[in-house]
Ligand binder design. Sequence first.
Ligand code: NDP
Ligand code: 2IT
Length: 452
Amino acid sequence: MRGSTVEHQLENFMNGVKRRNPGEPEFHQAVEEVAATVIPYTIDRPIYTEYQILERMAEPDRVVSFRVCWEDDENKIRTQRGYRVQNNNAIGPYKGGIRFHPSVTQSVLKFLAFEQTFKNSLTGLPMGGGKGGADFNPKGKSDHEVMRFCQSFITELYRHIGEDTDVPAGDIGVGAREIGYMFGQYKRITNHFVGVLTGKGMEFGGSKIRTEATGYGTVYTMENMLAIRGETMEGKTCLVSGSGNVAHYAVQKVNHLGGKVVTLSDSSGFIHDPEGIDASKLDYIHDLKQVRRGRISEYAKEYSSATFHEGKRPWGVPCDIALPCATQNEIDLDDAKTLIANGCTGVSEGANMPTVKEGVDHYIDAKIMFAPSKMANAGGVAVSGLEMSQNSARISWSEEDLEKLLKDTMTGIHESCVEYGRESDTYVNYLRGANVAGFVKVADAMLAYGVV
Ligand code: NDP
Ligand code: 2IT
């Protein structure tokens, strides 16, 4: 009886979401994943349903979309579309990254802003959820082209953001270089030196550990899940996808903890190095991807122990642990089945929503350790929140203090997810734990405000 009521409510709810947001499959996917675990919780707490809390959370406060014109190096005028999705500011200013990638659409940014609302709530810091970006492809562009694009993007976005309103940061295609250009243009337009962006350079208000935080946090999450089973990362073989910011520091932390990473990828394919990607190989990757902005295939030319697999993803390589750190929906149902069939017992999602819904269901049915992205990759935005605090107070904390704060935050998130997700002595459903724990804080703030 209760089960059929839950199913009925979920179906009604999702029909409404799909009707109001046509052609936005990523947004539907993210909302459904949350609703499927939150509705069974709210059904016994009718105040949330009466006040339509989940419906209101799935309707962004606002979506700003704007034209971004810029001139390329041949003096040709180019036009891109920029966005900022301000999903929910019940518990703090909107906070979330900016993505520059040709695949950016309103649907992608709405899913990311929705997810960010729950993730930021889990950190325990006062941050609402937002996300922005543009369908701009930084690959193959000169530094000056990227600069002109960033300046044009901020020339519109600046009026919608502010240190107490909405604080963007990096994401795919937006790193230290782009944040520098955007912060410079914001400061130039407004004549205000404030913490309006995070992930800034250390010379102008950046925080120590922010660069490392997402990748490190993803591995700390895996470590926390393993600890419940009396295990550690020592000796574990790991697959990592992507080769950008998150992937890089996930590999570094696995190495610190005595594990071995045997894959990395980019949008052209993956490399398999059975000998492991050690610190010196990681330095090579940094130079390849961040300085030369090259392709991962070059790794296999540099190291004879490695092979390159064009157009393929790494999930067929046998492993103990998978750390997807590239992009959404990079693990389909067949990949999830292959991972588990080959012995994988843990997945910690560094990327946002890297596993399709059927794949997530498969992890949970198989009862492997599964940390969904809003739990696993929250370390990045948590240290962004600490960067905001340092900027407001005009101080700068030490690396040791920030490392400890990051570790403690990831442990706190793990504990909250266990509280709401424990199913038995031996199994925690972290998906339910993360969704419900993230929901409760935002929902209770919304109840306090009444109908707004
Ligand atoms: P980067 O731009 O530094 O790196 C992205 C990596 O993913 C690159 O290797 C890129 O390959 C690959 N990639 C991007 N799009 C695709 C695609 N469509 N198919 C295959 N590979 C792809 O981004 P980040 O490392 O910052 O972000 C990675 C993931 O982590 C994203 O999901 C992001 O939302 C998430 N995340 C990031 C945080 C952060 O602090 N930066 C915080 C929390 C989550 P290529 O070079 O070929 O484009
Ligand atoms: O998805 C994410 O959490 C991020 N891209 C980081 C956001 C932030 O504000 O640091």
